[in-house]
Write a protein that binds this ligand. Structure first.
Ligand SMILES: [Zn+2]
Ligand SMILES: [Zn+2]
Length: 170
């Protein structure tokens, strides 16, 4: 009697060595052959991978939308300020947001006195609210409540250009 077993999946008779051991089974072997188990495993792996990737995309999209919304209403602490302050070794006070600055400075640009938008338009808009540094960080100013003021995007941009600096918004 040859040592063969019929696979429950492909229904082929195969040598015992083509089956993985399984202590829970009566004959101590899995019912499906190695090949069938591998096929199934690969299939499951692909499905799982796809699911994971789809989920990752979803989380990424959500985070992006969340950040954009916060940025729009100005409740967003800009990472660019933090990294710039770190680079220039400038003092950095955390928790500064455009939203809080609008409240503190009455929603007006302190340079041209015009009203800034309470909800920023994405990209460039001359009336967008921006955090202006009274002494620019490039000139040793800090990112602190005492060194910032509400500025419209137009004024902030002009200031940046006349300072000879690179065009750096907010
Ligand atoms: Zn099989
Ligand atoms: Zn202005």
């Amino acid at each position: 009697m040859e040592n063969v077993k019929t696979c429950s999946k492909c229904k082929k008779s195969k040598k015992i060595s083509m089956f993985i051991k399984d202590k829970t089974k009566k004959d101590l072997l899995k019912t499906a052959c190695k090949q069938c188990i591998k096929i199934e495993y690969d299939l499951k792996k692909d499905i799982l991978k796809e699911k994971r990737q789809a989920n990752k995309r979803k989380v990424k999209d959500y985070n992006k939308r969340y950040r954009e919304e916060k940025r729009r209403i100005g409740e967003y602490e800009r990472d660019s300020h933090r990294s710039r302050a770190r680079k220039l070794n400038a003092k950095y006070e955390s928790g500064i947001t455009i939203f809080k600055l609008i409240k503190r400075d009455g929603g007006k640009c302190l340079i041209c006195k015009k009203k800034v938008l309470s909800r920023n338009v994405s990209g460039y808009h001359k009336d967008n609210a921006t955090i202006g540094h009274i002494v620019s960080m490039a000139n040793g100013g800090s990112h602190t409540w005492s060194n910032i003021q509400m500025e419209c995007m137009e004024c902030n941009t002009k200031k940046g250009i006349s300072n000879g600096g690179q065009l750096r918004l907010f």
